[in-house]
Design a protein around this ligand. Structure first.
Ligand SMILES: C[S@@+](CC[C@H](N)C(=O)[O-])C[C@H]1O[C@@H](n2cnc3c(N)ncnc32)[C@H](O)[C@@H]1O
Length: 254
């Protein structure tokens, strides 16, 4: 079943961000503007690594117990669903994203490739609408960097609240590598190549320049690690992928 509530609620109980960069309304508008080109640019942005890391993300979730419900947070256009289905063919997928334009694209994907089976919820992932202890697995790819520390803490507490005891979670996002030479290449890529690709492919590099700001602000992802580690109800593991160009946070609810 595909479902988009008519009036999406964005009722966050998170304090307003001190840095306007993390204002949820602005982040939502940014992804609304990027929705049409996101698939193509995602490949350019990550030099093709994004798909590999999504596969590795699902590999972090134990297949034992055959989870029935998988929640894909900050799901975008549904880029992670093929990997979810490959790992958990029987599971019911629910996707949450607050960008209406991303959700419109996601709905097309759900119908075209998944027989309309993916449930779509257009809402803030921090809104707290999922019922307590009803989810077997929470996954999320590339959604952490646009959240500030307080929002990440809220996200981690939502994971604890919504997972069934023993349920698993896995998040992944792009990070700045620790090695200085690689970091130089990474920053050059983000600062110059990505906006240039924006001009060539889309005639508008502005949105992709914004992504550079979020990635620079996210750094090595330590604020996300701290948020998840501060949750007593979670067992947390952190992994670096491809020399620290991405970072995953995974584990289970105790
Ligand atoms: C970089 S995209 C990632 C999309 C997809 N998960 C992927 O693997 O490519 C980030 C997505 O997170 C969504 N997002 C960011 N913050 C959110 C929030 N607080 N609640 C819901 N969606 C959010 C954006 O609208 C965007 O679609």
């Amino acid at each position: 079943m595909t479902e988009i509530p008519e009036s999406a609620t964005v009722a966050c109980r998170v304090p307003a961000p001190t840095d306007p960069l993390y204002d949820p309304a602005d982040v939502r508008r940014l992804f609304d503007r990027m929705a049409a080109s996101y698939d193509r640019m995602n490949i350019v942005l990550s030099l093709g690594f994004s798909a590999l890391w999504r596969r590795q993300l699902l590999g972090l979730v134990p297949a034992a117990g055959s989870p029935r419900t998988v929640l894909d947070l900050m799901s975008g256009r549904g880029e992670t669903w093929a990997e979810i289905e490959r790992r958990f063919p029987q599971a019911e997928i629910t996707a949450v994203d607050f960008s209406a334009q991303m959700m419109t694209q996601a709905q097309v994907r759900s119908h075209a490739r998944f027989g309309g089976r993916v449930r779509l919820r257009e809402e803030d992932a921090l809104a707290g609408t999922t019922q307590d202890a009803t989810v077997d697995v929470v996954v999320s790819a590339y959604g952490l960097k646009t959240l500030d520390a307080a929002q990440l803490e809220r996200l981690a507490s939502e994971v604890v609240r919504t997972l069934r005891p023993g349920g698993s979670f896995a998040f992944i996002d792009v990070t700045e590598p620790g090695c200085r030479a690689l970091r130089f290449l990474y920053r050059t890529h983000l600062r110059w190549i990505v906006p240039l690709a924006g001009i060539l492919l889309l005639s508008n590099p502005t949105e992709y320049r914004m992504l550079h700001r979020y990635l620079a602000g996210f750094g090595d992802g330590s604020r996300a690690v701290e948020a998840f580690r501060s949750e007593a109800g979670l067992r947390v593991e952190v992994r670096r992928h491809f020399f620290g160009c991405a970072m995953s946070i995974s584990g289970r609810r105790i």
